[in-house]
Design a protein around this ligand. Structure first.
Ligand SMILES: NC(=O)c1ccc[n+]([C@@H]2O[C@H](COP(=O)([O-])OP(=O)(O)OC[C@H]3O[C@@H](n4cnc5c(N)ncnc54)[C@H](O)[C@@H]3O)[C@@H](O)[C@H]2O)c1
Length: 424
């Protein structure tokens, strides 16, 4: 067997997310032939912290940079990971592509449509990959539902829901004193600030940008209380004003007639949920209820009401019932050997990215996916400021969405499932 070529990685932005990505990378170094050759941050303390993690693992320290432009011209860097925050990663991604380096960016929404066009133009003019490392696209349930949808079990899709609902008031209040950018977005903006964890997998299931597309966005925000309470309670700062509504509800209408309702709510105390629902003419998945109903599989029978008239009753099946038969082949393979953060999905997204870099193939989440998913943030802000009026979503593909567009069959593909790529 020929030795696989090493992928030499440079990481720009060494905050907490870089640390969790690195934890997955350290577990993958040998099997996936990776080497981290360079790191970069504006701050010395972040560089030092990451260097000490290499020491702890007994791995040679990578070269450190303060200016990412210097890293982009290094000839021992094949691919860039850019887990900086929302105001910087798109510019870094454009510069990386222009320097000929494949780049993986983290999640988060866009601040303007203009920065997304810059991203699209950089990818189109260079032919270099930019992949959003949307780990939730590799979630076990999301992938199983994709698999079931492509096998026709849900019928024709009609309606979906997704979201990011999470109590992070304390986390945000504590980050405020450390100049955490996310807190500033919540102080100054009011919109669907974190769309992609829920929306990414749903967009793939709905074939967005491949025969379907987002047409309009309409958003409403509630009043804002949760963050102000958290700032008083956890940061000793009473009376702060946040623009971000506690719950932001967004409806996206798609060209093929489906609606998606997205919910963003991170300031009130509550357990975590991506709040997924996928519903078609034959079936429905409800993430929060851990339940699926599929016509022809799940219980559906007639009973009599109190007056003796027959009516139909439908019953849920627990989602666990479907894993044996319908788990996506990725999870059939990885469920017993999950590695790394967020139950293994961080590692799966990284494997998908590095596999595309090594084989010089398109990434499973491409630039049109990034632009469409991230645009929801700034479009929802516009809609809220217009009292919930629908605003149009640009067609970042410039018409290419009307065809299914060819996809390279791969185990990491997210538009279709290719069982033939597994078991080798
Ligand atoms: N996918 C997930 O599950 C997940 C989980 C957590 C965070 N994230 C995302 O990861 C990203 C980073 O999160 P974080 O909490 O580490 O953010 P952070 O703001 O705490 O850290 C970002 C780091 O990037 C550095 N940086 C910023 N601009 C830079 C530049 N021009 N050059 C070099 N370094 C620069 C900052 O100094 C900082 O150390 C965010 O987009 C966040 O939404 C994703």
């Amino acid at each position: 067997m020929t030795e696989q070529k090493k992928v030499r990685v440079g990481i720009i932005g060494l905050g907490p997310r870089a640390e969790t990505l690195l934890a997955s990378i350290f577990l993958m170094l040998e099997e996936h032939h990776l080497e981290v050759t360079a790191i970069c941050d504006l701050r010395d303390d972040c560089i030092e912290k990451i260097q000490s993690i290499f020491d702890k693992h007994g791995v040679a320290r990578p070269r450190a940079y303060h200016n990412y432009h210097e890293m982009l011209v290094a000839d021992d860097v094949d691919a860039i990971l850019a887990p900086t925050s929302w105001n910087s990663h798109l510019k870094i991604a454009c510069d990386a592509m222009k320097a000929g380096k494949n780049v993986g960016i983290e999640v988060g929404g866009a601040s303007s449509i203009e920065e997304l066009w810059q991203l699209v133009h950089a990818a189109e003019s260079t032919g270099v990959n930019c992949m959003m490392l949307e780990n939730c696209c590799y979630g076990r349930n999301e992938l199983m539902v994709l698999n079931m949808v492509r096998q026709g079990l849900f019928g024709e899709l009609i309606y979906c829901e997704a979201g990011y609902e999470h109590g992070i008031g304390k986390e945000l209040a504590e980050a405020y004193s450390k100049d955490g950018e996310r807190c500033l977005h919540n102080i100054h903006r009011n919109g669907e600030l974190y769309p992609t964890h829920g929306l990414g997998p749903i967009a793939k299931i709905l074939n967005i940008n491949r025969g379907n597309r987002f047409m309009t966005v309409s958003s409403h925000a509630t009043k804002s209380r949760g963050f102000a309470i958290a700032m008083e309670q956890f940061a000793g700062k009473p009376g702060m004003v946040f623009n971000e509504g506690d719950i932001v509800t967004t409806v996206i209408h798609c060209a093929n007639g489906e609606n998606i309702t997205l919910t963003h709510g991170v300031s009130l105390p509550r357990p975590y949920s991506r709040n997924c629902r996928v519903q078609g003419t034959k079936g429905i998945w409800l993430e929060n209820a851990k339940s699926i109903y599929i016509d022809g599989i799940s219980p559906r029978y007639e009973i009599l009401d109190d007056a003796g008239n027959p009516y139909e009753r439908f019953e849920w099946d627990a989602i666990d019932k479907f894993y044996d038969k319908y788990d996506h082949p990725i999870w059939a393979e990885y469920r017993d050997k999950q590695i790394g953060g967020h139950g293994g999905i961080d590692a799966l997204a990284l494997m998908a990215f590095f596999d595309a870099v090594r084989n010089n193939t398109p990434t499973p989440i491409d630039i049109y996916d990034c632009a469409a998913w991230m645009s929801i943030t700034c479009l929802s802000e516009q809609s809220i400021s217009l009292g919930g009026m629908p605003v149009p979503v640009p067609d970042f593909t410039n018409g290419k969405w009307v065809s299914p567009r060819k996809e390279v069959p791969s185990r990491w593909a997210l538009n279709n499932v290719y069982p033939e790529c597994f078991g080798k």
